[in-house]
Write a protein that binds this ligand. Structure first.
Ligand code: PFF
Length: 450
C-alpha cells in the first residue's frame, strides 16, 4: 500500500501515544468513572470494566488506528481508501458530526473549568471560606453572557494548539500536559486518602459488591469504556493517519487503554475519599466537580492549594480531549474543502462558538427548550454517547473485519512484516473485531433503545 500522509505527522510513537492518551483522559474519567464504580458494586464494576476494555475496547481502538494509518487521511478519505468504496466516506462524515456534537457541550464545560480555575487561584475555596457552592454554580452557568465568554476563551485556547499543527501543537502540548496531569492527580490523591475518614471512600470504590452489579451495570461499563477511550468518533482514525509506519499499533493501543484506566482509578482515589471524609453524598457529573468538591475544599486542610491543583488538572484533561475532537473536525474540513489548516480551524471555531453558545444558554434562558424531556446540552450528550459513538464503533469493526479482511489487518499491525506480533494474538484480535465486537455493540445499542 502506498504511503499517503500529510507531512505534518507525529515525530514518534510516544508523541502519538501522548496525544491519544490526552484524548482519552477527560471529563469522563474525572466525573463519571468514580461515581459509576461506587454505584455499580465497586470492585465488581472495575473487574467487568477492565475485562470489557481488554476484550472489546482495545481491539476497536486498534481497528481505528489501522484504518487511519492505512488510509493516511482524514476519516472520510481513510474509510474510502481502505475499502475502495466511495460510500464508506459517510462513516467518516458521521465521525465528524459526532465530534461536533460532543464538542458543542465540551466547550461549555471547558469554559466552566477556566472560570473555576480562576476562582480557585483567587483563593475562593480556601479552608474556612464561606460559600454556597450550589448557588454559585447555578448563578454562573444559568447566566447568558459570562459562561459564553468563558467557552469562547476555551475554544480560542484549543484553536491555538490546532493551528500550530500536529507536531508543534498537538504533539508538543500533549507531551507536556499528560505527565503534568498524572503528577497533579497523584498529589491530590495523596492528600485525599490521608484525610481522617477517607477509608469509607476507598471502600465505596473497591469493595466488591456483586449484588449491586446488575445488567444495567454491564451496559454502563461498556458505555463508559467507549466514551473514556474516545471510541467511535474517528479520533484514532485521525491520529492514526499521523502515526509513523514504524509504530507498533497493537502495543500503543494497549498503552493508551491502560493509561486511561489507571488515571480513572487514581481519579477515583482522589475524589471519593474526600467526599466520604466530609460525609457528603457522592453525585456524578457537573454536580460532583463544581458543587460538591468546592464545598469540600473549604473544609479541608490545604483545601485552597488542592482546589488550584484540581481545577488545573480538570482544565488540562478537558483541553487535551477537546484538541482531539477539534482535530477530527478540522482535518475533515481540510480534506472536504481543500482549505488550509488555519482557515479550516477558524471555520470550526466559528461553528463551535454558535453551537457552544446555544448549549450554554440551554442551562439558562433556553432551559425550557427540550427534546424528549432533555435540554439541548443533555440531549447532545445523550445522542452522541449512546447512539453516534456506538454506530461509529460498529462501522469501524465492520470495515476492518468484513471489508478490509485479515491479510490487510495483519499487514498493517505488523507494518508489512517488520514488527513482530504473534500470529495467535493477531488472529485473536481479528476474531474479536470481526465477530465479537459487532455482536456486543449491536446488542448493547438495541438494549439501550429498548
Ligand atoms: N474520552 C473523553 C473523556 O473521557 O472525557 C471524551 C471524548 C474525547 C470522546 C474525544 C470522544 C472523542 F473523540
Amino acid at each position: 500500500m502506498t504511503e499517503h500522509r500529510s507531512k505534518d505527522s507525529f515525530t514518534s510513537n510516544f508523541g502519538m501515544v501522548a496525544a491519544a492518551v490526552g484524548s482519552a483522559i477527560g471529563l469522563g474519567n474525572l466525573w463519571r468513572f468514580p461515581y459509576l464504580v461506587g454505584q455499580n458494586g465497586g470492585a465488581a464494576f472495575i473487574i467487568v470494566y477492565l475485562a470489557l476494555t481488554a476484550l472489546i475496547s482495545i481491539p476497536i481502538l486498534l481497528a481505528e488506528s489501522v484504518i487511519g494509518r492505512r488510509g493516511g487521511g482524514a476519516p472520510a478519505e481513510a474509510y474510502r481508501k481502505v475499502t475502495g468504496r466511495k460510500g464508506w466516506g459517510t462513516a467518516g462524515i458521521l465521525g465528524m458530526i459526532t465530534c461536533l456534537m460532543i464538542m458543542s457541550f465540551y466547550v461549555v464545560v471547558g469554559g466552566w473549568t477556566i472560570k473555576y480555575m480562576m476562582l480557585s487561584c483567587m483563593w475562593q475555596f480556601h479552608r474556612g471560606a464561606v460559600i454556597d457552592s450550589a448557588a454559585m454554580f447555578g448563578a454562573f452557568t444559568s447566566g447568558s453572557i459570562s459562561p459564553i465568554v468563558y467557552s469562547i476563551t476555551f475554544i480560542f485556547l484549543t484553536i491555538v494548539i490546532i493551528m500550530l499543527g500536529v507536531q508543534k501543537g498537538i504533539e508538543r502540548t500533549s507531551k507536556l500536559m499528560m505527565p503534568m496531569l498524572f503528577v497533579l492527580i497523584i498529589l491530590i490523591g495523596i492528600r485525599s486518602i490521608t484525610l481522617p475518614g477517607a477509608k469509607a471512600g476507598i471502600e465505596y470504590l473497591f469493595r466488591p459488591d456483586f449484588s449491586s452489579f446488575t445488567f444495567d451495570s454491564l451496559l454502563a461499563a461498556l458505555g463508559q469504556s467507549f466514551f473514556s477511550l474516545s471510541l467511535g468518533a474517528c479520533m484514532m482514525i485521525t491520529y492514526g493517519a499521523y502515526t509513523p509506519r514504524s509504530s507498533n499499533l497493537t502495543r500503543s493501543a494497549a498503552i493508551i487503554s491502560v493509561s486511561d484506566t489507571f488515571f480513572a482509578l487514581i481519579a477515583g482515589c482522589a475524589i471519593m475519599p474526600a467526599v466520604f471524609a466530609f460525609g457528603v453524598n457522592p453525585s456524578q457529573g457537573a454536580g460532583l466537580v463544581f458543587v460538591t468538591l468546592p464545598q469540600i475544599f473549604t473544609q479541608m486542610p490545604l483545601g485552597g492549594v488542592c482546589s488550584v491543583l484540581f481545577f488545573f488538572a480538570l482544565f488540562l484533561a478537558a483541553v487535551s480531549s477537546a484538541v482531539s475532537l477539534f482535530e477530527v473536525i478540522t482535518s475533515s474540513l481540510m480534506s472536504i474543502t481543500g482549505k488550509k489548516r488555519t482557515t479550516s480551524a477558524a471555520i470550526v471555531a466559528l461553528i463551535l462558538t454558535v453551537t457552544g453558545s446555544v448549549c450554554s444558554l440551554s442551562q439558562g434562558v433556553l432551559s425550557g427548550v427540550t427534546v424528549a424531556g432533555l435540554n439541548i446540552f443533555d440531549q447532545l450528550d445523550y445522542v452522541s454517547s449512546n447512539f453516534l459513538m456506538t454506530t461509529g464503533g460498529l462501522l469501524t469493526v465492520i470495515c476492518v473485519g468484513w471489508i478490509m479482511g485479515k491479510d490487510a489487518f495483519t499487514d498493517e499491525i505488523t507494518a508489512g512484516g517488520t514488527i513482530r506480533v504473534s500470529k495467535n494474538l493477531a488472529s485473536a484480535l481479528f476474531f474479536v473485531i470481526k465477530y465479537i465486537a459487532p455482536v456486543v455493540i449491536a446488542t448493547t445499542a438495541i438494549l439501550i433503545i429498548v
